[in-house]
Design a protein around this ligand. Structure first.
Ligand SMILES: [Zn+2]
Length: 169
């Protein structure tokens, strides 16, 4: 139970990291963090006290996090899109990076113009825009946050995390 994952938020509700429940409880007892969300129905008992198992905790004081700029690389584009083809949703097989607006039309190498695509979709789309090819993107590509990229493959232990994740940093 003390190994359950807890989402640690900054004072401004921006995700900082994912920690173990044990560490979250220490932060709470030290008066450094408060419980924002709890795992339903689970309590931690000690001989003298009982507290709900936190799912999300928030720091009382804002911590400055110096994060490097995320490099725009093929690997990071695929990671941002969770290795999922952004046209057909396929997750298996070799993935490529597709220029949404093709280079011949001035499409740039940017987070907003590069998406993960399977070989079939990339070939089918060819040198056309999605509209020309009659294909639709699953979601609008955007620059990922550091947190999003770091934990892109984690299975969320609690649905409540969703509303706190994917905030811009
Ligand atoms: Zn595809």
């Amino acid at each position: 139970m003390l190994n359950r994952l807890v989402l640690l938020l900054n004072q401004n509700y921006e995700p900082v990291s994912i920690i173990r429940a044990k560490k979250a409880i220490v932060l709470i007892f030290l008066g450094k963090a408060e419980i924002v969300e709890r795992y339903d129905g689970i309590k931690i008992r000690s001989p003298s006290t009982e507290i709900p198992l936190p799912s999300i905790v928030r720091l009382y004081r804002y911590v400055n996090i110096h994060r490097r700029e995320i490099p725009l690389t093929k690997k990071n584009v695929l990671k941002r899109d969770n290795y999922t083809c952004q046209y057909c949703g396929k997750r298996k097989g070799t993935m490529t990076v597709d220029h949404v607006i093709p280079k011949r039309l001035g499409g740039k190498d940017t987070w907003e113009n590069l998406v993960c695509a399977c070989i079939e979709c990339n070939t089918k789309k060819g040198d056309r825009t999605p509209e020309e090819a009659g294909m639709k993107l699953l979601k609008k590509p955007a620059k990922p946050t550091y947190f999003q990229l770091l934990y892109s493959r984690i299975t969320l232990p609690d649905e409540k995390w969703k509303q706190y994740l994917f905030l811009s940093s």
